[in-house]
Design a protein around this ligand. Structure first.
Ligand SMILES: *[C@@H]1O[C@H](CO)[C@@H](O)[C@H](O)[C@H]1NC(C)=O
Ligand SMILES: *[C@@H]1O[C@H](CO)[C@@H](O)[C@H](O)[C@H]1NC(C)=O
Ligand SMILES: *[C@@H]1O[C@H](CO)[C@@H](O)[C@H](O)[C@H]1NC(C)=O
Ligand SMILES: *[C@@H]1O[C@H](CO)[C@@H](O)[C@H](O)[C@H]1NC(C)=O
Ligand SMILES: *[C@@H]1O[C@H](CO)[C@@H](O)[C@H](O)[C@H]1NC(C)=O
Ligand SMILES: *[C@@H]1O[C@H](CO)[C@@H](O)[C@H](O)[C@H]1NC(C)=O
Ligand SMILES: *[C@@H]1O[C@H](CO)[C@@H](O)[C@H](O)[C@H]1NC(C)=O
Ligand SMILES: *[C@@H]1O[C@H](CO)[C@@H](O)[C@H](O)[C@H]1NC(C)=O
Length: 818
């Protein structure tokens, strides 16, 4: 009996609570009437849209005690994403702050003392207000009695626009200053001189700098209901700003486009019904490389200066999925440890006494150089030495009090064979990693570590840390074994926890970017979509078929998707390993791998798309390419192979060098493709089981013999191809009778001193006998049947550049085979 009463009470209580809750919710979701108000104190109360997608209310600024913004956010997304702020520069302080729909038709925000902080402006003068409402589009409106909008938040965007919102001639977005918070930043999207552009502003006056990105001409910037961004042109037709396939599933996602605090305009989506936790994913963004953007404009226009990239001064910027990743160079550390975008400062402060009156440094022996590959600070040098050797470059920067870093172009690797030394002083601006700059090294002038103790200028925080470590070690070494055992156990535990957390962090990031390599993972569906169902075939090779595709995200407009049709069984791990190796290669003469797919039985690779197709169609096509172009191509291929053989983290033997595997970009720079794949298709490293890799005519003779296969097989194939590049003909042409086999014919012409025969009807080449003979000699060295006699690709590169003399080659053929 007692139990039953208790039970009843309990049930009643639940029902009562539920009714209260329903009432509260109804109130929150209905129209807002004149006199209704919200207070910052009601933590969970907000005015919601009918579907509950959006909420209007007080947004608590995390980390800031009792500071609030009047804002609109996604109510169903757990991670708070604010799309609009009323008082972005002027947060209210205090839980008694309140917003009210006043009878005058204005929303009025007041602080706890009743002071007015913000009030919605009115379009229509003093029309009589009926109500206000949070709409399902994310627009908050105040409606008059005749049902026109007195005010709407869509007309006053902050840094984000939503589907069904548009910017007109006077509308603009202004980024926030930092990742969190709402403060006004320095990037703007606005209408200027007939088009919608991105520009930086002078934060002190708000005045715009020259724009750094143009979305296109037109006077409206429309984000339509299905998530497409468009600009209507003068005749009214819509021009898509983002590629049409950037937006995958209109109804299943939320979309927003935000001008991010680092100056990139990004289209994001979030699944409406996430299974197992959702996250915002990037669909498209512009500019593609914010780190390079200002430098690129300066390079093409030669006029504008834009300050530095979003990483700030003395920093190095590298975009990851459009977003800059900022790092400090050697000898520098973050100005603000909690904000990588604030720039870096040198670890030691220089004294006025450091420099002599003539500009030389007073204590050059205190400094040393730390090298960093690929780092560069374009357009900010104050002195250039050319030609310069490495020694001259180091000396010059070391002795020069102003010099903070020197960029050295290695003479043996540069195009024209001369070295250059660019000297830069502080602050360093527009720092970036230029992965194509393989011939350059940045030399950072840093204080020697032992010099630091004599110079008090160095911050003494790190010394403190070191002292602590020494202290801990001292304690460990100086106490009993039992204590040591427990200490070690404790340390092991801490490491274990740290590692676990790290592991957890990594797995919980739902990023599709492979953290280690910058190579993106795609699902088979993504690629099916990108290639329009594998419709446009652009090539077919030993490894599979290549299709043209278009990625929705902002990386590249066009890509080449290679569908591998053969690969070793249970090679999943092998595939990943190889993709990683390929993904780590960066060279201007290699085709870049953008991503991959390994889903069930599918193995696909996504490469950058090459405008000018393969070398084979270029070389054996109708128009003979110019001699100079061919020279440039030959030396490019040699550099690419040198890199594969000697300079990347793991040696890569191509095994199938031939003109079909050399692609040409829009400026006819040669890029090697299909490298790193040979391993994938081999069952084993012993040749007996492999069969012969490569293509007839280009294959080195040791494949057929019992000698080990080495990088020299690529040298051989390169030699054959070099002959083809010289002669613009294929290595085997049966109808040419005694000249059918190119290697034999070329050596014959060479030994008989009739090399002009090789370039009949090619005046340009015939007039350049010196170069022609040099190339021919290099080629004959490369096709030596004895692998040991063939030069390395590095030597070949140097020979082609004229850096070393080419000796006369011996007969390439072994007697028993001729
Ligand atoms: C809000 O008020 C308007 C006008 O009074 C009315 O037409 C509309 O149905 C109301 N909406 C809701 C959700 O109550
Ligand atoms: C509603 O009232 C406003 C101002 O009172 C006026 O400008 C507007 O034209 C009216 N709209 C309609 C549809 O009557
Ligand atoms: C506006 O654009 C036109 C042509 O696109 C150009 O000639 C003119 O100088 C620009 N005006 C300004 C103020 O930038
Ligand atoms: C905008 O129009 C100008 C001429 O009015 C033209 O020169 C320019 O290329 C156009 N820009 C774009 C992005 O279409
Ligand atoms: C938005 O634009 C896309 C692409 O032009 C179009 O297919 C779609 O129908 C548009 N949606 C709406 C609601 O207008
Ligand atoms: C409108 O202009 C675009 C390019 O500006 C053109 O491609 C299109 O054909 C034009 N449409 C009409 C109806 O004139
Ligand atoms: C940012 O760059 C640094 C140094 O290059 C690297 O260690 C770090 O992993 C990068 N961050 C991300 C998120 O990739
Ligand atoms: C080192 O730290 C002490 C106290 O922490 C401070 O008084 C002193 O100025 C610091 N020295 C330098 C060179 O920063």
């Amino acid at each position: 009996m007692i139990l039953s009463v208790l039970f009843h009470n309990h049930v009643l209580q639940i029902i009562f609570t539920a009714i209260l809750w329903i009432l509260a919710t109804v109130e929150a979701q209905g129209n807002v009437s004149v006199g209704d108000s919200l207070s910052a104190n009601d933590k969970n109360l907000a005015w919601q849209s009918p579907s509950g997608d959006f909420a209007f209310g007080f947004h608590y600024i995390s980390g800031e005690k009792d500071k609030f913004l009047l804002a609109i956010w996604y109510a169903k997304i757990p991670e708070r994403t604010v799309v609009w702020f009323a008082n972005r520069d002027n947060p209210v302080i205090g839980r008694e702050s309140k917003v009210e729909l006043a009878a005058s038709g204005h929303l009025v925000l007041t602080d706890p003392s009743g002071k007015e902080l913000w009030r919605s402006p009115s379009f229509t003068g003093d029309s009589e207000v009926s109500h206000a409402a949070m709409l399902d589009t994310g627009n908050f409106v105040i409606v008059s009695r005749n049902l026109t909008n007195i005010w709407e938040s869509f007309k006053y965007p902050t840094d984000t626009i939503l589907p069904e919102q548009e910017l007109g001639v006077g509308g603009y977005l202004l980024s926030t200053l930092a990742e969190t918070g709402s403060g006004k930043g320095k990037y703007q999207l606005r209408f200027s001189n007939g088009s919608f552009v991105l520009n930086q502003i002078d934060v002190f006056t708000g005045k715009p700098y020259e724009d750094y990105f143009d979305f296109g001409n037109g006077s409206r910037f429309v984000f339509n209901k299905s998530g497409h961004i468009q600009i209507p042109n003068s005749n009214g037709s819509l021009v898509e700003v983002a590629p049409i396939n950037a937006v995958p599933k209109p109804d299943l996602n939320y979309y927003r486009a935000t001008l991010d605090f680092y100056g990139v305009f990004t289209l994001y989506s979030y699944p409406r019904n996430p299974s197992g936790g959702g996250s915002w994913s990037v669909l498209w963004f512009r500019p593609r490389n914010i780190c390079r953007r200002f430098v690129d404009i300066m390079a093409t226009s030669g006029r504008a200066t834009f300050g530095t990239n979003p990483c700030g001064y003395n920093s190095i910027c590298e975009p990851i999925n459009g977003r800059p990743n900022c790092t400090c160079p050697p000898g520098f550390s973050f100005l603000d440890d909690n904000n990588q975008y604030a720039g870096c400062k040198q670890d030691y402060a220089s004294y006025p006494g450091d420099c002599n009156p003539d500009g030389s440094t007073t204590g050059e022996d205190r400094f040393e150089f730390k090298e960093m590959s690929f780092a560069d600070f374009p357009f900010s040098d104050y002195g250039v030495l050319q030609p310069a050797t490495e020694l001259e470059c180091r000396q010059s920067c070391l002795l020069d009090c102003s010099c903070a870093v020197a960029i050295l172009q290695d003479p043996t690797l540069s195009q024209d064979g001369t070295g250059t030394c660019w000297k830069k002083k502080l602050p360093l601006s527009n720092g970036l990693f230029d992965r194509d700059g393989v011939d350059r090294t940045a030399l950072f002038k840093v204080l020697k570590s032992d010099a630091s103790r004599t110079k008090p200028a160095r911050s003494n925080r790190s010394d403190e840390n070191r002292n602590q470590v020494i202290l801990i070690l001292g304690v460990l070494l100086g106490t009993s074994a039992v204590f040591n055992f427990f200490s070690l156990a404790a340390i092991a535990l801490i490491f274990f926890c740290l590692f676990r957390r790290r592991f957890h962090d990594i797995t919980s990031v739902r990023s599709r970017r492979n953290l280690e390599t910058n190579v993106q993972f795609f699902t088979y569906k993504d690629l099916e979509h990108a290639t329009n169902g594998f419709k446009e075939e652009i090539g077919r090779g030993a490894f599979g078929t290549v299709y043209k595709g278009e990625l929705p995200s902002g990386f590249e407009d066009h890509v080449a998707v290679k569908k591998l049709d053969k690969f070793i069984q249970d090679g999943e791990r092998e595939f990943k390993t190889e993709v990683k190796v390929i993904g780590q290669t960066h060279h201007k003469n290699l085709v870049r791998l953008i991503g991959y797919c390994d889903e069930a039985e599918h193995r696909l690779l996504v490469y950058e798309f090459m405008e000018n197709g393969s070398l084979s169609s270029f070389l054996f096509g109708v128009l003979r390419p110019s001699w100079q172009q061919r020279l440039h191509i030959a030396s490019g291929i040699a550099k690419g192979l040198t890199y594969l053989h000697e300079e990347c983290s793991k040696q890569i033997i191509h095994c199938d060098i031939k003109p079909q595997n050399i692609l040409l970009d829009e400026s006819f720079t040669a890029k090697i493709s299909d490298f790193g794949l040979a391993k994938l298709l081999m069952n084993n490293k012993t040749r007996t089981q492999t069969g012969i890799r490569g293509t007839k005519g280009y294959v080195a003779p040791e494949w057929f013999r019992n000698t080990p296969v080495s990088v020299k097989v690529d040298v051989y194939s390169f030699g054959v191809m070099l002959l083809e590049i010289i002669c613009c003909r294929r290595c085997v042409e049966v109808e040419m009778e005694e000249a059918a086999i190119l290697t034999e014919w070329a050596f014959q012409c060479y030994s008989e001193g009739m090399i002009e025969k090789l370039v009949e009807h090619d005046e340009e080449a015939a007039n350049d006998v010196g170069k022609l003979e040099m190339l021919l000699k290099v080629a004959i060295w490369c096709v030596q049947e004895v692998p040991m006699l063939r030069p390395s690709m590095r030597t070949v590169t140097m020979m082609l550049e004229g850096a070393v003399q080419v000796p006369n080659p011996p007969c390439p053929f072994l007697l028993d085979t001729v």
